[in-house]
Design a protein around this ligand. Structure first.
Ligand code: SF4
Length: 324
């Protein structure tokens, strides 16, 4: 029996290089070793979305990227959170064993309050309880997380322990499967690559669009003219290159220090490397996008398989809580 892993991600639409080099490649790699359940968490998205008109499109585009990158629906379960509504019932039941004080001290809740003071909704407070329900509904034993997400998982473990101690052992305590994701900086070279910061490169862009995005990147600010020696150690183009061709990265860094290559030339080389690396992905994506029902079929099958597990768990929980 393989150990079960659960991971959820918000529907952010077309994925960028930071997603690809971090979570997506990790998802694909875990599939052979674990029984993987991957969920697009649309209900979580509603805690901060005020306009949900693009939600379905974002779910679809994100799934296309995941599938084209190698997420295999034969090996893993891929589904949309709201398609298995049992999670909302479990969320309510777990909320009965979760002290409010635990939730109010969660650092991300405090951050969200600052970010959206006009929309401090109940869902924001209950977010960790829903996250716990996501994981334990499938009795997942491990959750792939970066170090920054450890406090969230610890809270999920606390809720699980409390439920188990009140009603008898029901859920395995989900363990962190610590993964060191590369911190991919965006085109501004200053902050993490993200859609919100508009500093991203979507992996499904065309080669020409990729080149145009790369050309906008900030480089070594001290290198004002082509003849100025550069400092690749402060330049994000240099770091991005490392993900695609390490040997060439070092050679070009040396040329940069001797002012033997200009930033425009380097960006063209990087764009070409990115395009070559993503060519198979883009071909697969185009083929999948040509089958209009494909993603819907994957979701339907994923929800069906997930629901089989979910119903069994929920039945057990209700019985233990005295609901019959
Ligand atoms: S040549 Fe390359 S590494 Fe050097 S500053 Fe320009 S973009 Fe950065």
């Amino acid at each position: 029996m393989k150990r079960r892993v659960f991971s959820g991600a918000r529907p952010t639409g077309r994925q960028h290089l930071g997603n690809y080099l971090g979570a997506m490649q990790n998802y694909v790699n875990l599939q052979d070793e674990y029984d993987c359940i991957y969920c697009i968490v649309d209900i979580h998205a509603l805690t901060s979305l005020e306009d949900s008109s693009g939600l379905q499109r974002n779910i679809h585009e994100m799934a296309l990227d995941w599938l084209a990158a190698g997420l295999d629906p034969e090996k893993s379960i891929l589904f949309v959170q709201s398609h298995v509504p049992e999670v909302m019932q479990l969320h309510t039941l777990l909320s009965m064993v979760t002290p409010v004080g635990w939730l109010l001290r969660v650092p991300t809740f405090k951050e969200k309050v600052k970010l959206q003071p006009h929309n401090v909704n109940y869902g924001l407070v209950g977010y960790p309880v829903l996250m716990t329900a996501d994981i334990v509904l499938y009795k997942a034993e491990a959750v792939p997380v970066g170090e920054d997400q450890l406090p969230h998982l610890e809270l999920a473990r606390e809720i699980t322990r409390r439920f188990n101690s009140l009603f008898g052992y029901t859920f395995p305590e989900p363990a962190a499967k610590l993964t060191s994701f590369p911190l991919v900086l965006g085109l501004d070279g200053a902050t993490k690559m993200s859609k919100q910061a508009s500093n991203d490169i979507e992996i499904s862009l065309s080669p020409q669009e990729t080149l145009e995005r790369v050309m906008t990147a900030v480089t070594d600010p001290a290198r004002r003219y082509r003849n100025d020696p550069g400092h690749p150690e402060v330049c994000n183009i240099h770091f991005l290159h490392g993900y695609f061709n390490q040997s060439r990265q070092q050679a070009i860094a040396d040329q940069c220090r001797r002012a033997e290559i200009g930033c425009v030339d380097h960006k063209e080389i990087l764009a070409q490397e990115i395009n070559t690396a993503l060519e198979p992905f883009r071909a697969r994506r185009a083929a999948l996008a040509d089958k209009p029902q494909y993603v819907a079929e994957v979701f339907a099958d994923g929800a069906r398989r997930a629901q089989l597990i979910a119903r069994e768990t929920l039945g057990e929980v209700k019985e233990k809580m005295g609901l019959g």
